[in-house]
Design a protein around this ligand. Structure first.
Ligand code: ZN
Length: 162
């Protein structure tokens, strides 16, 4: 038997599970599975793996479908783990911003005092105060930027692993 016939059988096995096949294809496939131990074995493995996927009861990854299941579970777990971390980052942003607002009058006075003490021109310590204010904004931008970077490198990784 040529490889093409086995390829066709393999494709029909997968297709039968996903979208269904025509009665003619079904007849051809069952005839082939009776003659061909290799493809019959493949069909059994696919059936077994898919049954496991439905019941989520496979203890160890066997076969292609359960490898996919494994990857999906890994991904879900990853996302669950990341969610609180991201929330903590946003919380840190908000807190630093709130702290910036609350502390602004004190910081203004501190800069003013420092300016008067050292004789630094008013414009300079005013700019210094302005820069103080940009710190939370900078922090925010860095967090967003890092998140973007990680996302793009991650999608690259998943592309490569395919
Ligand atoms: Zn075959």
């Amino acid at each position: 038997m040529s490889d093409k016939i086995h390829d066709r059988a393999e494709q029909l096995i997968a297709q039968e599970r996903v979208e269904g096949i025509s009665p003619a294809d079904h007849d051809w496939l069952s005839a082939h599975l009776q003659d061909c131990a290799q493809c019959a074995n493949h069909a059994r493995h696919t059936e077994h793996a898919l049954r496991g996927l439905r019941t989520m009861a496979i203890p160890m990854p066997t076969g292609l479908a359960s490898r996919t299941q494994f990857r999906v579970q890994l991904r879900l777990q990853e996302m669950r783990e990341r969610e609180p971390k991201r929330r903590a980052l946003w919380l840190a942003c908000v807190v630093s911003w709130a702290f910036g607002i609350v502390s602004a009058p004190y910081v203004w006075r501190l800069f003013q005092w420092f300016g008067e003490r050292t004789g630094v021109p008013k414009l300079v310590w005013e700019v210094g105060f302005g820069l103080w204010w940009t710190i939370p904004a900078l922090f925010f931008v860095i967090v967003v930027f890092m998140e973007k970077m990680r996302q793009s490198s991650e999608s690259e990784l998943t592309r490569k692993s395919k």
